[in-house]
Design a protein around this ligand. Sequence first.
Ligand code: GLN
Length: 486
Amino acid sequence: MSAPAATVAALAKGLAAGEYSSVELTRAYLERIAAAQPALNAFVTITSEAALAAAAAADAARAKSQTGRLTGVPIAHKDIFCTEGIRTTCGSKMLANFVSPYDASVVAGLRGAGTVMLGKLNMDEFAMGSSNETSFFGAVHNPWDTTMVPGGSSGGSAASVAARIVPAATATDTGGSIRQPAALCGVTGIKPTYGRCSRYGMIAFASSLDQAGLITVSAEDAALLLGPMSGFDPRDSTSVERAVPDYTTTLGDSLEGLTIGLVKEFFDKGLDATNEQRIRDAIAVFEKLGARAREVSCPHLPLSVPTYYVVAPAECSSNLARFDGVRFGHRCESPKNLLDLYCRSRGEGFGAEVKRRIMTGTYVLSAGYYDAYYLKAQRVRQLISADFAQAFQSCDLLFGPTSPTPAFAIGAKFDDPITMYLNDIYTIGANLAGLPGMSIPCGFVDGLPVGLQILGPHFSEARMLNAAHRYQQETDWHLRVPAAFA
Ligand code: GLN
Protein backbone atom coordinates (compact mmCIF):
# COMPACT_ATOMS: atom_id res chain seq x y z
CA MET A 1 0.00 0.00 0.00
CA SER A 2 1.47 3.35 -0.99
CA ALA A 3 -0.23 6.05 1.02
CA PRO A 4 1.18 9.12 -0.80
CA ALA A 5 -0.40 8.35 -4.16
CA ALA A 6 -3.70 7.30 -2.69
CA THR A 7 -6.99 8.97 -3.43
CA VAL A 8 -10.20 8.05 -1.64
CA ALA A 9 -11.36 6.41 -4.87
CA ALA A 10 -8.21 4.26 -5.06
CA LEU A 11 -8.30 3.35 -1.37
CA ALA A 12 -11.97 2.37 -1.57
CA LYS A 13 -11.08 0.06 -4.47
CA GLY A 14 -8.10 -1.40 -2.61
CA LEU A 15 -10.27 -2.12 0.43
CA ALA A 16 -13.00 -3.69 -1.70
CA ALA A 17 -10.46 -5.89 -3.48
CA GLY A 18 -9.00 -7.01 -0.16
CA GLU A 19 -5.54 -5.60 -0.99
CA TYR A 20 -5.38 -4.30 2.58
CA SER A 21 -7.68 -4.08 5.55
CA SER A 22 -9.00 -0.87 7.04
CA VAL A 23 -6.91 -1.56 10.15
CA GLU A 24 -3.75 -1.76 8.03
CA LEU A 25 -4.69 1.37 6.14
CA THR A 26 -5.59 3.28 9.29
CA ARG A 27 -2.35 2.24 10.98
CA ALA A 28 -0.35 3.42 7.96
CA TYR A 29 -2.02 6.85 8.04
CA LEU A 30 -1.61 7.15 11.82
CA GLU A 31 2.12 6.55 11.33
CA ARG A 32 2.30 9.21 8.64
CA ILE A 33 0.39 11.66 10.86
CA ALA A 34 2.74 11.08 13.81
CA ALA A 35 5.81 11.49 11.62
CA ALA A 36 4.54 14.74 10.07
CA GLN A 37 3.11 16.37 13.21
CA PRO A 38 6.35 18.12 14.32
CA ALA A 39 6.80 19.71 10.88
CA LEU A 40 3.16 20.57 10.06
CA ASN A 41 1.21 20.80 13.35
CA ALA A 42 -1.87 19.90 11.30
CA PHE A 43 -3.68 18.03 14.09
CA VAL A 44 -5.06 19.23 17.41
CA THR A 45 -6.13 15.75 18.51
CA ILE A 46 -5.10 12.39 17.05
CA THR A 47 -7.63 9.69 17.91
CA SER A 48 -5.51 6.57 17.29
CA GLU A 49 -7.38 4.16 19.54
CA ALA A 50 -10.86 5.14 18.39
CA ALA A 51 -9.65 5.07 14.77
CA LEU A 52 -8.27 1.55 15.05
CA ALA A 53 -11.48 0.37 16.76
CA ALA A 54 -13.61 1.93 14.00
CA ALA A 55 -11.33 0.38 11.37
CA ALA A 56 -11.71 -3.06 12.98
CA ALA A 57 -15.49 -2.59 12.96
CA ALA A 58 -15.31 -1.63 9.26
CA ASP A 59 -13.30 -4.77 8.50
CA ALA A 60 -15.83 -6.88 10.41
CA ALA A 61 -18.69 -5.30 8.46
CA ARG A 62 -16.86 -6.03 5.24
CA ALA A 63 -16.40 -9.66 6.23
CA LYS A 64 -20.20 -9.84 6.51
CA SER A 65 -20.60 -7.97 3.18
CA GLN A 66 -22.34 -5.09 4.98
CA THR A 67 -20.42 -2.40 3.18
CA GLY A 68 -20.85 0.85 1.33
CA ARG A 69 -18.38 2.51 -1.03
CA LEU A 70 -16.56 4.30 1.78
CA THR A 71 -16.44 1.56 4.41
CA GLY A 72 -13.08 1.65 6.15
CA VAL A 73 -11.72 4.76 4.38
CA PRO A 74 -9.86 6.97 6.88
CA ILE A 75 -10.59 10.73 6.96
CA ALA A 76 -10.15 13.55 9.49
CA HIS A 77 -12.42 16.37 10.62
CA LYS A 78 -11.77 20.05 11.08
CA ASP A 79 -11.88 20.73 14.82
CA ILE A 80 -14.97 22.92 14.37
CA PHE A 81 -17.23 19.85 14.03
CA CYS A 82 -18.50 18.38 17.29
CA THR A 83 -17.48 14.76 17.84
CA GLU A 84 -19.10 12.73 20.57
CA GLY A 85 -16.73 11.95 23.43
CA ILE A 86 -13.74 13.59 21.72
CA ARG A 87 -12.77 17.16 22.43
CA THR A 88 -13.70 19.88 19.96
CA THR A 89 -11.61 23.01 20.43
CA CYS A 90 -12.41 25.22 17.43
CA GLY A 91 -8.76 26.24 17.65
CA SER A 92 -9.46 28.21 20.82
CA LYS A 93 -8.31 28.23 24.43
CA MET A 94 -11.98 28.92 25.17
CA LEU A 95 -12.90 25.36 24.13
CA ALA A 96 -9.59 23.64 24.87
CA ASN A 97 -11.38 21.39 27.38
CA PHE A 98 -14.72 20.99 25.60
CA VAL A 99 -15.94 17.45 24.98
CA SER A 100 -19.13 17.37 22.95
CA PRO A 101 -21.92 14.98 23.98
CA TYR A 102 -22.99 14.51 20.34
CA ASP A 103 -21.73 14.33 16.75
CA ALA A 104 -22.25 17.12 14.23
CA SER A 105 -24.61 15.98 11.45
CA VAL A 106 -21.77 16.10 8.91
CA VAL A 107 -19.65 13.85 11.15
CA ALA A 108 -22.56 11.48 11.73
CA GLY A 109 -23.27 11.30 8.00
CA LEU A 110 -19.71 10.41 7.11
CA ARG A 111 -19.44 7.97 10.00
CA GLY A 112 -22.68 6.35 8.85
CA ALA A 113 -21.13 5.92 5.40
CA GLY A 114 -18.36 3.86 7.01
CA THR A 115 -15.47 6.34 7.13
CA VAL A 116 -12.95 6.07 9.96
CA MET A 117 -11.98 9.26 11.82
CA LEU A 118 -8.23 9.71 12.35
CA GLY A 119 -8.51 12.85 14.46
CA LYS A 120 -9.32 16.55 14.63
CA LEU A 121 -7.55 19.10 12.46
CA ASN A 122 -6.01 22.39 13.46
CA MET A 123 -7.66 25.63 12.30
CA ASP A 124 -7.74 29.37 12.89
CA GLU A 125 -9.47 30.25 16.15
CA PHE A 126 -13.23 30.07 15.60
CA ALA A 127 -12.43 29.89 11.85
CA MET A 128 -11.32 33.53 11.83
CA GLY A 129 -8.24 33.89 9.69
CA SER A 130 -6.64 33.24 6.33
CA SER A 131 -3.31 31.79 7.43
CA ASN A 132 -3.97 29.40 10.31
CA GLU A 133 -1.81 31.60 12.55
CA THR A 134 -4.63 32.51 14.97
CA SER A 135 -4.98 28.97 16.37
CA PHE A 136 -4.42 28.63 20.12
CA PHE A 137 -2.62 25.40 19.22
CA GLY A 138 -0.02 27.13 17.07
CA ALA A 139 0.39 27.80 13.37
CA VAL A 140 0.00 25.06 10.76
CA HIS A 141 2.84 24.85 8.24
CA ASN A 142 2.50 24.49 4.48
CA PRO A 143 3.92 21.11 3.34
CA TRP A 144 5.30 22.66 0.12
CA ASP A 145 7.50 24.93 2.21
CA THR A 146 7.18 24.75 5.97
CA THR A 147 8.18 28.40 6.41
CA MET A 148 4.96 29.33 4.59
CA VAL A 149 1.34 29.49 5.78
CA PRO A 150 -1.09 26.81 4.54
CA GLY A 151 -3.93 29.35 4.26
CA GLY A 152 -6.90 29.39 6.58
CA SER A 153 -9.03 28.85 8.38
CA SER A 154 -9.06 25.17 7.31
CA GLY A 155 -5.24 25.08 7.24
CA GLY A 156 -4.97 21.75 9.04
CA SER A 157 -7.37 20.13 6.57
CA ALA A 158 -5.50 21.47 3.52
CA ALA A 159 -1.97 20.79 4.82
CA SER A 160 -2.78 17.23 5.86
CA VAL A 161 -4.38 16.31 2.52
CA ALA A 162 -1.51 17.98 0.62
CA ALA A 163 1.06 15.97 2.63
CA ARG A 164 -1.03 12.82 2.10
CA ILE A 165 -1.17 12.17 5.85
CA VAL A 166 -4.97 11.88 5.50
CA PRO A 167 -6.82 10.85 2.33
CA ALA A 168 -9.49 13.55 2.74
CA ALA A 169 -10.76 16.02 5.33
CA THR A 170 -13.85 17.99 6.20
CA ALA A 171 -13.57 21.77 6.35
CA THR A 172 -15.78 24.87 6.58
CA ASP A 173 -16.02 28.03 4.51
CA THR A 174 -17.48 31.31 5.79
CA GLY A 175 -15.52 33.62 3.52
CA GLY A 176 -13.10 31.32 1.72
CA SER A 177 -11.75 28.99 4.40
CA ILE A 178 -12.02 25.88 2.23
CA ARG A 179 -11.03 27.31 -1.15
CA GLN A 180 -8.15 29.58 -0.09
CA PRO A 181 -6.18 26.96 1.91
CA ALA A 182 -6.93 24.38 -0.81
CA ALA A 183 -5.32 26.77 -3.31
CA LEU A 184 -2.31 27.51 -1.13
CA CYS A 185 -1.68 23.80 -0.47
CA GLY A 186 -2.35 22.49 -4.00
CA VAL A 187 -5.41 20.38 -3.20
CA THR A 188 -9.08 20.28 -4.22
CA GLY A 189 -11.62 22.13 -2.07
CA ILE A 190 -15.39 22.37 -2.36
CA LYS A 191 -17.77 24.68 -0.52
CA PRO A 192 -21.29 23.53 -1.35
CA THR A 193 -24.33 25.76 -1.67
CA TYR A 194 -25.44 27.38 1.59
CA GLY A 195 -27.97 24.97 3.10
CA ARG A 196 -26.67 21.85 1.31
CA CYS A 197 -24.96 20.44 4.45
CA SER A 198 -26.39 20.77 7.92
CA ARG A 199 -24.72 23.22 10.29
CA TYR A 200 -25.92 21.26 13.30
CA GLY A 201 -22.95 20.60 15.55
CA MET A 202 -20.67 22.84 13.51
CA ILE A 203 -19.53 25.60 15.83
CA ALA A 204 -21.05 28.82 14.53
CA PHE A 205 -18.95 31.75 13.32
CA ALA A 206 -21.30 33.70 11.01
CA SER A 207 -24.45 31.65 10.59
CA SER A 208 -25.71 33.16 7.34
CA LEU A 209 -22.36 32.45 5.65
CA ASP A 210 -20.98 29.25 7.28
CA GLN A 211 -21.03 26.11 5.19
CA ALA A 212 -19.39 22.70 5.60
CA GLY A 213 -17.43 21.14 2.78
CA LEU A 214 -14.39 19.09 1.86
CA ILE A 215 -10.73 19.17 1.09
CA THR A 216 -9.63 16.24 -1.04
CA VAL A 217 -6.96 15.20 -3.53
CA SER A 218 -9.37 15.07 -6.45
CA ALA A 219 -12.82 16.18 -7.57
CA GLU A 220 -13.76 12.51 -7.85
CA ASP A 221 -12.98 12.06 -4.13
CA ALA A 222 -15.10 15.10 -3.30
CA ALA A 223 -17.96 13.60 -5.33
CA LEU A 224 -17.68 10.37 -3.34
CA LEU A 225 -17.74 12.09 0.06
CA LEU A 226 -20.17 14.95 -0.53
CA GLY A 227 -23.32 12.83 -0.75
CA PRO A 228 -23.18 11.32 2.74
CA MET A 229 -22.58 14.72 4.38
CA SER A 230 -25.37 16.52 2.50
CA GLY A 231 -29.12 16.71 2.82
CA PHE A 232 -31.95 18.08 4.87
CA ASP A 233 -31.61 18.07 8.64
CA PRO A 234 -34.57 19.11 10.80
CA ARG A 235 -32.05 20.32 13.42
CA ASP A 236 -30.76 23.07 11.10
CA SER A 237 -33.55 25.39 10.01
CA THR A 238 -31.46 26.67 7.08
CA SER A 239 -30.66 23.24 5.64
CA VAL A 240 -32.52 22.80 2.38
CA GLU A 241 -35.08 20.10 1.71
CA ARG A 242 -33.86 18.90 -1.65
CA ALA A 243 -32.79 15.46 -2.90
CA VAL A 244 -29.05 14.73 -2.86
CA PRO A 245 -27.83 13.37 -6.19
CA ASP A 246 -25.10 10.75 -6.51
CA TYR A 247 -22.37 13.20 -7.50
CA THR A 248 -20.22 10.45 -9.01
CA THR A 249 -22.69 9.54 -11.76
CA THR A 250 -22.21 12.79 -13.73
CA LEU A 251 -18.41 12.95 -13.52
CA GLY A 252 -17.97 11.66 -17.05
CA ASP A 253 -20.29 14.19 -18.72
CA SER A 254 -18.90 16.10 -21.69
CA LEU A 255 -18.00 19.78 -21.33
CA GLU A 256 -18.99 20.45 -24.94
CA GLY A 257 -20.91 23.74 -25.06
CA LEU A 258 -20.32 24.65 -21.41
CA THR A 259 -20.15 28.43 -21.06
CA ILE A 260 -17.50 29.70 -18.67
CA GLY A 261 -17.72 33.29 -17.47
CA LEU A 262 -14.43 34.99 -16.71
CA VAL A 263 -15.32 37.51 -14.05
CA LYS A 264 -13.66 40.77 -15.07
CA GLU A 265 -13.38 41.99 -11.48
CA PHE A 266 -11.39 38.85 -10.57
CA PHE A 267 -8.62 39.69 -13.03
CA ASP A 268 -7.81 43.03 -11.46
CA LYS A 269 -4.53 44.70 -10.59
CA GLY A 270 -4.36 42.91 -7.24
CA LEU A 271 -3.80 39.59 -9.01
CA ASP A 272 -0.20 38.45 -9.21
CA ALA A 273 0.81 38.22 -12.92
CA THR A 274 2.33 34.75 -12.79
CA ASN A 275 -0.66 33.52 -10.80
CA GLU A 276 -2.90 34.91 -13.55
CA GLN A 277 -0.93 33.07 -16.26
CA ARG A 278 -1.59 29.73 -14.52
CA ILE A 279 -5.33 30.52 -14.42
CA ARG A 280 -5.33 31.45 -18.14
CA ASP A 281 -3.48 28.18 -18.95
CA ALA A 282 -6.16 26.24 -17.07
CA ILE A 283 -8.94 28.01 -18.96
CA ALA A 284 -7.27 26.95 -22.22
CA VAL A 285 -7.53 23.30 -21.08
CA PHE A 286 -11.27 23.74 -20.51
CA GLU A 287 -11.60 25.27 -23.98
CA LYS A 288 -9.83 22.26 -25.46
CA LEU A 289 -12.44 20.12 -23.69
CA GLY A 290 -15.23 21.94 -25.50
CA ALA A 291 -16.07 24.81 -23.14
CA ARG A 292 -16.46 28.38 -24.35
CA ALA A 293 -15.10 31.25 -22.28
CA ARG A 294 -16.52 34.78 -22.28
CA GLU A 295 -15.97 37.80 -20.09
CA VAL A 296 -18.67 38.83 -17.63
CA SER A 297 -18.84 41.59 -15.07
CA CYS A 298 -20.05 41.55 -11.47
CA PRO A 299 -19.69 45.27 -10.77
CA HIS A 300 -20.42 45.12 -7.04
CA LEU A 301 -17.96 42.32 -6.33
CA PRO A 302 -15.14 44.69 -5.29
CA LEU A 303 -17.37 45.61 -2.32
CA SER A 304 -17.41 42.07 -0.99
CA VAL A 305 -14.54 42.44 1.49
CA PRO A 306 -15.95 45.50 3.33
CA THR A 307 -19.45 43.97 3.21
CA TYR A 308 -18.22 40.70 4.69
CA TYR A 309 -16.24 42.46 7.40
CA VAL A 310 -19.46 44.04 8.64
CA VAL A 311 -21.79 41.04 8.29
CA ALA A 312 -19.43 38.34 9.59
CA PRO A 313 -18.28 40.19 12.74
CA ALA A 314 -21.91 41.20 13.48
CA GLU A 315 -23.01 37.58 13.42
CA CYS A 316 -19.93 36.37 15.28
CA SER A 317 -20.42 38.90 18.08
CA SER A 318 -23.84 37.37 18.64
CA ASN A 319 -22.80 33.72 18.19
CA LEU A 320 -19.81 33.99 20.50
CA ALA A 321 -21.84 35.57 23.31
CA ARG A 322 -22.58 32.03 24.53
CA PHE A 323 -18.95 31.55 25.60
CA ASP A 324 -19.32 33.24 28.96
CA GLY A 325 -17.45 30.94 31.32
CA VAL A 326 -20.71 29.78 32.91
CA ARG A 327 -22.08 26.91 30.87
CA PHE A 328 -19.03 25.45 29.15
CA GLY A 329 -15.59 26.42 27.99
CA HIS A 330 -12.83 28.27 29.76
CA ARG A 331 -13.57 29.78 33.19
CA CYS A 332 -11.18 32.12 34.97
CA GLU A 333 -9.78 31.28 38.43
CA SER A 334 -11.59 32.61 41.53
CA PRO A 335 -13.83 35.33 40.03
CA LYS A 336 -14.73 38.18 42.39
CA ASN A 337 -18.31 38.47 41.09
CA LEU A 338 -20.40 37.64 38.02
CA LEU A 339 -19.11 40.53 35.92
CA ASP A 340 -15.53 39.63 36.75
CA LEU A 341 -16.29 36.01 35.76
CA TYR A 342 -17.60 37.08 32.35
CA CYS A 343 -14.88 39.61 31.66
CA ARG A 344 -11.91 37.52 32.71
CA SER A 345 -13.19 34.23 31.24
CA ARG A 346 -13.75 35.89 27.85
CA GLY A 347 -10.61 38.00 28.14
CA GLU A 348 -8.46 34.93 28.82
CA GLY A 349 -10.30 32.50 26.55
CA PHE A 350 -10.34 34.42 23.26
CA GLY A 351 -7.34 35.41 21.16
CA ALA A 352 -6.69 38.85 19.64
CA GLU A 353 -8.36 38.27 16.25
CA VAL A 354 -11.55 36.91 17.81
CA LYS A 355 -11.71 39.89 20.16
CA ARG A 356 -11.20 42.25 17.23
CA ARG A 357 -14.15 40.66 15.41
CA ILE A 358 -16.42 40.70 18.49
CA MET A 359 -15.68 44.39 19.04
CA THR A 360 -16.26 45.26 15.38
CA GLY A 361 -19.49 43.27 15.38
CA THR A 362 -20.78 44.84 18.55
CA TYR A 363 -20.00 48.29 17.15
CA VAL A 364 -21.80 47.81 13.82
CA LEU A 365 -24.87 46.44 15.56
CA SER A 366 -25.11 49.14 18.18
CA ALA A 367 -27.84 51.76 18.15
CA GLY A 368 -26.94 54.64 15.87
CA TYR A 369 -24.52 52.58 13.75
CA TYR A 370 -26.86 49.76 12.77
CA ASP A 371 -28.31 51.62 9.77
CA ALA A 372 -25.00 53.08 8.68
CA TYR A 373 -23.10 49.79 8.69
CA TYR A 374 -25.11 46.62 9.16
CA LEU A 375 -28.17 47.56 7.14
CA LYS A 376 -26.03 49.06 4.38
CA ALA A 377 -23.90 45.90 4.24
CA GLN A 378 -27.04 43.77 3.92
CA ARG A 379 -28.15 45.94 0.99
CA VAL A 380 -24.80 45.60 -0.76
CA ARG A 381 -24.98 41.88 -0.14
CA GLN A 382 -28.20 41.82 -2.18
CA LEU A 383 -26.51 43.72 -5.01
CA ILE A 384 -23.65 41.23 -5.08
CA SER A 385 -26.12 38.32 -5.20
CA ALA A 386 -27.98 40.02 -8.04
CA ASP A 387 -24.72 40.47 -9.99
CA PHE A 388 -24.06 36.74 -9.76
CA ALA A 389 -27.64 35.89 -10.76
CA GLN A 390 -27.23 38.12 -13.80
CA ALA A 391 -23.91 36.47 -14.75
CA PHE A 392 -25.47 33.00 -14.50
CA GLN A 393 -28.11 34.03 -17.04
CA SER A 394 -25.45 33.70 -19.72
CA CYS A 395 -22.86 31.40 -18.09
CA ASP A 396 -22.94 27.87 -16.65
CA LEU A 397 -19.94 28.43 -14.39
CA LEU A 398 -17.74 31.37 -13.40
CA PHE A 399 -13.96 31.07 -13.27
CA GLY A 400 -11.25 33.12 -11.64
CA PRO A 401 -8.32 32.88 -9.27
CA THR A 402 -8.87 31.59 -5.74
CA SER A 403 -6.34 33.87 -4.09
CA PRO A 404 -4.33 36.88 -5.25
CA THR A 405 -0.95 35.28 -4.47
CA PRO A 406 0.46 31.86 -3.61
CA ALA A 407 1.30 31.05 0.03
CA PHE A 408 3.13 33.77 1.99
CA ALA A 409 5.62 33.44 4.84
CA ILE A 410 4.45 32.69 8.36
CA GLY A 411 4.43 36.02 10.20
CA ALA A 412 4.44 38.16 7.04
CA LYS A 413 0.88 39.51 7.37
CA PHE A 414 0.01 38.52 10.92
CA ASP A 415 0.26 42.03 12.40
CA ASP A 416 -1.65 43.66 9.56
CA PRO A 417 -5.31 42.55 9.68
CA ILE A 418 -6.42 44.56 6.65
CA THR A 419 -3.76 43.03 4.39
CA MET A 420 -4.72 39.63 5.77
CA TYR A 421 -8.41 40.24 5.03
CA LEU A 422 -7.59 40.95 1.37
CA ASN A 423 -6.55 37.31 0.88
CA ASP A 424 -10.23 36.46 0.58
CA ILE A 425 -11.06 39.10 -2.00
CA TYR A 426 -11.99 36.46 -4.62
CA THR A 427 -13.74 33.96 -2.35
CA ILE A 428 -16.05 36.04 -0.14
CA GLY A 429 -18.58 36.88 -2.88
CA ALA A 430 -19.76 33.27 -3.09
CA ASN A 431 -20.49 33.18 0.65
CA LEU A 432 -22.42 36.46 0.55
CA ALA A 433 -24.57 35.02 -2.27
CA GLY A 434 -24.74 31.46 -0.82
CA LEU A 435 -23.22 30.00 -4.00
CA PRO A 436 -21.17 26.80 -4.25
CA GLY A 437 -17.49 27.17 -5.06
CA MET A 438 -14.42 25.07 -5.66
CA SER A 439 -10.69 25.53 -5.87
CA ILE A 440 -8.59 23.10 -7.89
CA PRO A 441 -4.81 23.02 -8.34
CA CYS A 442 -3.72 24.48 -11.69
CA GLY A 443 0.05 24.89 -11.48
CA PHE A 444 2.89 26.35 -9.46
CA VAL A 445 4.68 29.66 -9.03
CA ASP A 446 8.20 29.33 -7.59
CA GLY A 447 7.39 25.87 -6.24
CA LEU A 448 4.15 26.97 -4.55
CA PRO A 449 0.70 25.83 -5.74
CA VAL A 450 -1.88 28.04 -7.45
CA GLY A 451 -5.64 27.41 -7.39
CA LEU A 452 -8.33 27.95 -10.01
CA GLN A 453 -11.67 29.00 -8.54
CA ILE A 454 -14.92 27.66 -10.01
CA LEU A 455 -18.27 29.14 -8.96
CA GLY A 456 -21.68 27.85 -9.94
CA PRO A 457 -25.36 28.68 -9.48
CA HIS A 458 -27.09 27.40 -6.33
CA PHE A 459 -27.07 23.58 -6.15
CA SER A 460 -24.82 23.13 -9.19
CA GLU A 461 -22.29 20.99 -7.26
CA ALA A 462 -22.62 18.14 -9.79
CA ARG A 463 -21.77 20.48 -12.68
CA MET A 464 -18.76 21.96 -10.85
CA LEU A 465 -17.45 18.54 -9.82
CA ASN A 466 -17.86 17.25 -13.37
CA ALA A 467 -15.92 20.20 -14.81
CA ALA A 468 -13.16 19.85 -12.20
CA HIS A 469 -12.95 16.11 -12.79
CA ARG A 470 -12.62 16.48 -16.56
CA TYR A 471 -9.82 19.00 -16.03
CA GLN A 472 -8.10 16.63 -13.60
CA GLN A 473 -8.23 13.86 -16.18
CA GLU A 474 -6.25 16.14 -18.51
CA THR A 475 -3.74 17.42 -15.95
CA ASP A 476 -1.80 16.05 -12.99
CA TRP A 477 -1.38 19.15 -10.79
CA HIS A 478 -3.66 17.59 -8.19
CA LEU A 479 -1.49 14.47 -8.02
CA ARG A 480 1.74 16.31 -7.18
CA VAL A 481 3.00 15.62 -3.66
CA PRO A 482 5.47 17.88 -1.77
CA ALA A 483 8.93 16.25 -1.94
CA ALA A 484 9.32 16.05 1.84
CA PHE A 485 6.15 13.94 2.09
CA ALA A 486 6.41 11.79 -1.05
N1 GLN B 1 -10.53 34.45 6.15
C1 GLN B 1 -11.89 34.82 6.37
C2 GLN B 1 -12.03 35.34 7.78
O1 GLN B 1 -11.06 35.48 8.40
C3 GLN B 1 -12.79 33.66 6.11
C4 GLN B 1 -12.81 32.68 7.19
C5 GLN B 1 -13.69 31.50 6.93
O2 GLN B 1 -14.10 31.26 5.79
N2 GLN B 1 -14.00 30.78 8.00
O3 GLN B 1 -13.08 35.60 8.25
